[in-house]
Write a protein of this length. Structure first.
Length: 440
């Protein structure tokens, strides 16, 4: 009897130990830090506390921007050891109350509470300098670790952790913008309310803008634009997408546009038609995007091969550690990829090897005041030649002066797009170039 009780007691102890192991948060084997799902749970709990009373909390996203470059120099094994050293340095440098996790690939995320939240920018800047200083002693002298930081404050109005992470990544992108961004004339709360209303009441509408090939290729290229059905709603497309990305709603809009593109392609039944769809950074980092896309392709069939996905250079930069997976999933689908706003960041050629791009759309800064600056024309030609050498086609967008076309043609630009050629329209009505033979 005593032996039976002892056995039963041992089984209960083993069961409790196993349950504790199951309840313990998972840690990343490479860095020893908590994983993303644990931090997501902590952010959800903190949001709940924010709704119950005043609470200061900030999520910080730290990205090791050029770690792929460092890994190619030092090797995969050394890079893994280096990542572990960085993780330990972060643990040592951050306040005790901070919740730190290895977020994704070469990114870390930390939840800062109370007074640490109030000083989030100072704390993260200090940590960034400490990491860069330490890593400089561990890597070859010709390399320099570049770090980016994105911050997002938690508040009672934020519905879920996904929105917090989206805002932190959006803030990360703001550090890469060159020049002054136009100020938003609409309060963020108003823009969000109008966006939610538009999605709920199906107020989004598509327009088509032609992309003209400067040397006839037998295809009809259009870019799909999204706007609100009510032109007086006062929510321009730029603000619409900015608001969507900040609130983790960009993927929902992307899916809607792709769905409409599939329907247009199936209805037109023209193999020469190509439709370009812009993707937000929400879709680039979403684990649910490709399962959904593959499901829809299974429904619509081969028309998917007539799509072109367009992503901005800024989004490539801030989601670069997701691009390997993105391209791995995209390639088998035979959907071409275009990088827009090419040249809006420093050294854009550095990031092209991360992609499976087929074309780039030049940033407007490369095309401004061309005729007034011969040196700028030479820079444009060198850039285009370098892109052509890597097998990429070049699009010049936002062309408002048709007299620029001869200069662009001489510079070997492949495509041109802009209001002087074709204004966005609810129907595809552009007269594309045709090669014709005349009998005299």
């Amino acid at each position: 009897m005593a032996q039976s009780k002892s056995t039963e007691s041992g089984q209960q102890l083993h069961s409790k130990t196993r349950n504790r192991r199951q309840l313990a948060p998972r840690r990343d084997p490479l860095t020893g830090l908590f994983q993303q799902d644990y931090l997501g749970q902590q952010v959800e709990k903190t949001l709940l506390k924010c709704r119950q009373g005043p609470l200061e909390a900030t999520l910080a996203l730290l990205q090791l921007e050029n770690f792929y470059e460092i890994r190619s120099w030092v090797g995969k094994s050394e890079a893994s050891l280096l990542l572990g050293d960085i993780a330990r340095l972060l643990q040592k440098s951050l306040p005790d109350k901070a919740v730190l996790c290895h977020y994704q690939h070469y990114e870390f995320a930390v939840l800062l509470l109370d007074e640490c939240s109030s000083n989030a920018r100072l704390i993260t800047d200090r940590v960034k300098l400490a990491v860069q200083s330490a890593v400089s002693a561990w890597i070859p002298p010709q390399l320099e670790l570049k770090c980016g930081i994105g911050l997002a404050k938690l508040s009672r109005s934020i519905p879920c952790a996904d929105v917090v992470f989206a805002r932190a990544r959006h803030d990360l992108g703001q550090g890469h913008q060159h020049g002054d961004m136009p100020a938003l004339q609409i309060p963020a709360e108003t823009a969000l309310r109008r966006l939610r209303c538009a999605l709920k009441e199906n107020q989004l509408r598509l327009t088509f803008q032609a992309i003209a090939c400067l040397k006839e290729d037998g295809l009809q290229h259009y870019e799909l634009r999204t706007c609100l059905a009510d032109a007086d709603a006062g929510l321009p497309a730029a603000i619409l997408f900015e608001t969507a990305v900040q609130n983790a709603m960009g993927e929902a809009i992307d899916r809607w546009v792709i769905e409409q593109a599939f329907r247009v392609l199936r209805q037109n039944r023209r193999e020469t038609l190509r439709l370009t769809v812009s993707l937000t950074q929400n879709s680039l980092v979403s684990p649910k995007f490709f399962p959904w896309l593959e499901n829809r392709i299974g429904h619509f069939g081969q028309v998917a091969e007539q799509l072109v996905f367009q992503i901005s250079e800024i989004d490539v930069l801030i989601a670069q550690h997701h691009m390997d997976y993105f391209c791995h999933k995209l390639n088998p689908l035979n959907i071409n990829l275009c990088v827009s706003h090419f040249g809006c960041t420093a050294n854009p050629f550095r990031y092209l090897p991360l992609l499976c791009a087929h074309s780039v759309k030049l940033d407007v800064s490369l095309l401004e005041k061309l005729r007034l600056n011969p040196m700028k024309i030479q820079l444009l030609k060198r850039t285009i030649n370098q892109l052509h050498e890597t097998g990429l086609r070049v699009i010049a967008a936002m062309i408002d002066d048709i007299s620029l076309l001869p200069l662009l043609w001489l510079s070997k630009v492949n495509f041109a797009q802009g209001y002087c050629l074709h204004k966005p329209n609810s129907v595809m009505n552009f007269e594309f170039l045709k090669d014709e033979t005349l009998s005299l």
